[in-house]
Each structure stands twice: as structure tokens, then as C-alpha cells.
Design a protein around this ligand. Sequence first.
Ligand SMILES: Cc1ncc(COP(=O)(O)O)c(C=O)c1O
Length: 341
Amino acid sequence: MKYYDLRSDTITKPTEGMRKAMASAEVGDDVYREDPTTTKLEQLAAELTGKERALFVSSGSMGNLISLYINGGRSNEVLTASNSHIIQHEIGSIAAIAGVLPIAIEAERGVLSADQFSGKVKGGDYDMATTTLIEVENTIGGYCYPLQNLEGIKDFASTHDLKVHMDGARVFNAQVATGIPVKTYASYADTITFCLSKGLGCPVGSLLCGDEAFINRALTIRKMLGGGMRQTGILSAAGLYALENHVERLADDHAHAKAISDSLVRGGWANVDTEGVQTNIVFFTVENLSGKEVVSQLAKLGILANTEGDMVRLVTNIGISDDDTAELCSILERFQPEAHV
Ligand SMILES: Cc1ncc(COP(=O)(O)O)c(C=O)c1O
């Protein structure tokens, strides 16, 4: 049976062109800061995000953790959406390792606005924590942050002397979907991470970007966390290749997600968050069936999906072609879920 893997965009494998770029990469010891390909990637990342400097890190989680470690700080609080990746999927590392207490804010699709922070900023009392940071995720569940919200958040942060970190794991998806450059999104945050290993199709790696002083400190914290790697040029070459060749093609993933969402609506058996489908992620629920039950029924048809709470999640990616999408849509349209027994 043919399988369509829509569990995530992290499951992608390097393309032939990417493998060639990796094989011929010039390398050096990056802990000595002597890897020319990594230096080139970091310079490009700084340029693309409009930040002074960037640092190659092993994962999005590590990038977020380092930023929260430095700009959050032990015993301090960070304001973030309750469904943010740092709360839901990073194993409490920001509390366990960075020592920061996340204050979870409920928001539709996880998109925060400044008015939700009112009364939540603490500081000054000897027996209370201090709020130091706001964390936003863009895209969040595939949804692009409206600039208006980011503007309000930035103003609020500067009024209250807070820093802003953007988990931009999929910020290139946002750029392609909205036409708003990554640099513009990043301008609303002091620090930003973006991932190479998701829609951009690389095997490993993320970039953490910020000002000179922040990145100097980040270098130390990365080493402390065991994240100092040696001949990283092999991985950075994949990143450079992806930033040159795999950004514009994200539009295909977005078109595929929209087609899948439309076919689910036509099928009539799923409640789809159609408005939320702005990039490569589709969320839906099925009446009287848990997300896990739906995922297991879809797997029998060769469609691999994931759950997020009660919802089923499908993520389009570079491994799903136009033809795959047409076949998938036809399967989904004809599918009739078996009732819960
Ligand atoms: C929004 C978001 N942030 C951060 C991460 C963490 O990235 P990594 O798996 O590279 O640690 C992910 C991973 O899926 C993610 O979806």
C-alpha cells in the first residue's frame, strides 16, 4: 500500500541536490568557530532576519531554550500562549533547565494580543517572580501572526521592559503565505529561531538570531547544553541549499494543504478549521470519534496523520507531490469514518 506521510514536515528526507551540497561542503571545527560553511549560513540567517548575528543550533527546541535561558532567567516568568510549542512539546525544559515559569494564556489558535497581558506583568515585590519575556510562535499551528498583534506586543513589551522571543520554526511558511518578509516578522522580536528541518527539508538544524551580545552569550549556553558541534558545515550546507532552493516551493505545500482542507469539507465527515489553513497545516475533528481513533482509521488507508489534543493534524511537506495530493483528496473525499464502538 502507498503511504502518504502527513504526520509532520519534520519527516522529510534530503533531496538529491541537498545531498550533493552536503557532500561537497567545506568544513572546519565549529567549536573553534572555524567552519566556513556554518559561518556563511549564520551570516545569511542574520541578514534574512535583520539581526546582528545568528548561531547554528541543533534544533528548534535548543534555540528556544537558549533564548529563554538568557532573556527569561531563573525564577522569572514568561508570557506565552497555552498551546505554544515551548509549553506543549519541549518537556518542560524552560522550567527544568532555564528555570523560567511559563504563564499560559488561552488565545484563539494561540495568537496573542497585547490586551491579554494586562494585569499579568509582575515585578518589584520581593516575594513575587518578575516577568521578563513574551514568547510568540509564528506560524502557530500553521496560522500566520497578524502584524497588528505583533506591533501591539512589541509596544507592550517595550513599555514594560520585557524582551520578546519569536519561535519562528515555520516563519518562512508565513513569509511565503503572506508576502511579509521574515525580516519584518523578526523586527517585532529581540530574538528569533527558525528551523531548517521542517518545511525547508533539511535533516538537522535551526538558527537562533539576535544582537551581538545575545549571540555571544548564546554561544556559551549552547556549549553548556552540549550543543557545541564540530564539522557542522555538512549540515549548514543543507541549510544554505534549502534557503536558496526550498523557500519559494513552500507555496506548493500550502496549495496542497488548501486542497486537502477543501476535500475534507466536500467529504462532509470532518469539522475543518478552514480559516486556520493559511500554510501547510490542516486541523480537523470528527464528531463522536477521538483524534487517535481517526488517525488509526486513516492509517489503514495509507494516510499517516497526527493528533494535537482532540484534533487531527495533517501537515503537507516536500515529500507530497501534486499527484499525491490529488490521490489523497480523492481518498479523503470518499472516506466514511467507522462509528465509535
Ligand atoms: C513551532 C515549533 N517550535 C519548535 C519546534 C522544535 O523543533 P525541534 O524539533 O527541532 O526541536 C517545533 C518542532 O516541531 C515546532 O513545531
